[in-house]
Design a protein around this ligand. Structure first.
Ligand code: C5P
Length: 214
């Protein structure tokens, strides 16, 4: 069984997907982490697209997806935390718009979930990567709510952004992700919309679990 949760940045997809995975015993796969790792690599290569595409062949990135999390390595360096940093936030949508990159990630996601029960979160999972998913959710919330939640989540962490910066980054990523030519952020026709603006976290998880049961 494959459950996909797509939606804009900061809509709570990953925490929701993790909670759904815990409740169902399914594996959790964070597809954004793969794009983030590629963006990290892109930044270390001086933002050179050709070098990035060459390095994709070299298997320099390693993803260790366990039940509810992913650890990411670039050669011998653990970059699990670094892929959440502002420099990565700022270049990830540019990297995710490269068609060659999307094809590599699409294949990787299909491979790692082959024959498994999994919950995945992303942008194009219901439309492009898993058009055959058993359940498709489009999780959304208004921009103010998403920025405030992200700000709270990051408070106390070594982080260089203000609420305003977070809001600007979310908005910019949504625009880039929705307007790119290849696999834009879009609700699949057969996806169920969950708008969490006025829902508590537990309520949004419960709605999705309800869809799984029915
Ligand atoms: O989900 P997260 O915010 O970590 O994703 C980071 C970025 O990766 C998104 O802004 C988007 O550009 C890209 N992404 C994507 N398709 C996915 C998952 C993420 O384009 N399936």
């Amino acid at each position: 069984m494959i459950i996909v949760i797509d939606g804009p940045a900061g809509s709570g997809k990953s925490s929701t997907a993790k909670a759904v995975a815990r409740k169902t015993g399914y594996d959790y796969v964070d597809s954004g982490a793969i794009y983030r790792a590629l963006a990290y690599l892109y930044n270390t290569l001086g933002k050179d697209q050709r070098s990035l595409l060459e390095k994709l062949e070299d298997h320099q990135l390693h993803f260790d997806f366990n039940h509810t999390d992913v650890r990411v390595r670039h050669m011998d360096t653990d970059i699990t935390e670094a892929i959440r940093s502002m420099p990565v936030n700022q270049s990830v949508s540019e990297v995710a718009a490269m068609p060659e990159v999307r094809e590599v990630v699409r294949k990787l996601l299909r491979d790692i979930t082959q024959g498994k029960n999994a919950v995945l979160d992303g942008r194009d999972l219901g439309t492009v990567v898993f058009p055959d998913a058993d359940l498709k959710i489009f999780l959304t919330a208004d921009l103010e709510t998403r920025a405030a939640r992200r700000f709270e989540e990051l408070s106390g962490q070594p982080f260089e952004g203000s609420l305003e910066e977070i809001k600007t980054n979310l908005q910019k990523r949504d625009t880039l992700d929705s307007q790119r030519e290849v696999a834009p952020l879009r609700k699949a026709d057969d996806a169920m919309i969950v708008d969490s603006t006025h829902l508590s976290f537990d309520e949004q998880v419960a709605r999705i679990l309800n869809y799984i049961r029915t």
